[in-house]
Design a protein around this ligand. Structure first.
Ligand code: G3I
Length: 356
């Protein structure tokens, strides 16, 4: 009798827990223990960076920072379509496996980036000329082969990345959308979920902090996926931002994402200190302090959203020399919390101050 009462009690508690979680039961995977010191130990949510396989292999200072300061990693490029799936029947795992093995040995969570994107596509996909049905099979096989390969090792995926045009509410006319139609986005989530029902699935994009136009389109998309019962668990906001972005815009980005009830990942954070692209300038102490204050504001705002939705913060690479920003802007810049020599900048303290 006692056992029967206990069993009933267990199910009532479990059911209530499920209901409280909302429409989708959230798969739970624990982050394995990482280092006991370092930046991530100061923060109540996972913290990490996008990492380069080349630098992980060849630069001991870089590798040490990733090992010591972070408990979550994303592959900067090694899990993109062109890296993993260079031709129809060929998948190349070596670089991505290298990162996953490192993560397993050192207790880091791995976030997968990215299954479906309009960039970093190999020519055989970009120039596909078969039927819609054939492309649907390729699309499904691409997603499911990759998710299956990393099942149990990669806890979460950017399933679809940057489906909207630049600063616009219109869906981007990528090869995926052109051939498969608008609902390729929903199907990508379904296929990924079939392959690993425990993986946490994110829609990832940039520009949430630019203003309401694109942000609203993104929020409407994820809300409608959620309402339709599509297995989406999180929203990734890249947040490639700049020192002079307003507090109001940054806060609106973070808080509207949180209002969806989904997990929220600040997935590609960097703060440009030279968006004006002035040539020949250097990072002054005053500029570095200004950057620290911006990092602090973002972390503080993120730390105020419900704990259960804090998937974590990921910076887009580690040290200033590794950032994509100077190359993209064609101007000097210092967007990251570590300098060219992998020493912590004031931004490092800014991140810690954000949770004090
Ligand atoms: O590795 C090759 C090298 O062998 C070759 O000599 C060289 C010549 O161009 O290219 C090298 O590959 C480059 C790769 O970065 C590694 O450096 C690619 O050309 C270049 O396109 C690639 O750029 C990446 C870009 O995404 C496109 O995939 C950036 O590193 C990466 O930081 C950037 O990341 C994106 C996110 O995935 C999505 N959100 C925006 C973010 C910044 O653009």
């Amino acid at each position: 009798m006692k056992i029967r009462i206990l069993t009933v009690l267990f199910f009532v508690v479990a059911l209530t827990a499920c209901e409280n979680e909302g429409e989708f039961p959230k798969p739970v995977r624990t982050v394995p223990p990482s280092t006991t010191t370092g930046l991530h130990t100061h923060l109540p949510f996972p913290f990490g960076a996008a990492v380069s396989v080349n630098l992980m292999k060849n630069n001991p200072k870089y590798r040490a920072v990733v090992t010591n300061e972070m408990n979550s990693i994303t592959a900067e490029n090694a899990m993109k379509v062109s890296a993993l799936h260079p031709s129809k029947d060929v998948f190349t795992w070596a670089d991505a496996d290298y990162l996953v093995d490192f993560a397993q040995q050192h207790g880091k969570r791995v976030h997968g980036h990215t299954l479906i994107w309009h960039q970093s596509l190999p020519p055989w996909i970009e120039n596909f000329s078969g039927t819609k049905e054939e492309f649907e099979l390729i699309f499904k096989n691409h997603i499911q082969t990759i998710v299956t390969h990393f099942k149990g090792k990669v806890v979460s995926w950017d399933v679809v990345n940057e489906a909207f045009e630049n600063d616009s509410p219109a869906l981007r006319n990528s090869v995926w959308r052109r051939i498969l139609g608008d609902d390729y986005i929903a199907r990508a989530f379904q296929y990924a979920h079939e392959a690993d029902p425990e993986a946490l699935l994110f829609y990832n994009d940039y520009g949430h902090e630019w203003g309401p136009t694109k942000r609203t389109a993104i929020i409407n998309l994820v809300t409608s996926l959620k309402q339709r019962g599509i297995p989406i668990h999180g929203i990734g906001m890249q947040m490639h931002t700049r020192y002079n972005q307003s507090d109001a815009n940054l806060a609106a980005a973070i808080n509207t994402a949180a209002a969806t009830g989904l997990l929220v990942h600040i997935s590609e954070l960097d703060i440009s200190m030279n968006p004006e692209k002035v040539q020949g300038i250097a990072l002054t102490p005053a500029l570095a302090q200004l950057q620290a204050n911006r990092y602090k504001f973002i972390v503080q705002t993120y730390n105020a959203i419900p704990k259960a939705q804090q998937f974590g913060i990921t910076t887009w690479n580690v040290g200033d020399a590794d950032s994509w920003v100077p190359g993209f802007n064609g101007a000097p810049d210092w967007p990251l919390p570590f300098d060219r020599d992998y020493l912590p900048k004031p931004a490092y303290q800014g991140i810690i101050d954000g949770v004090q």
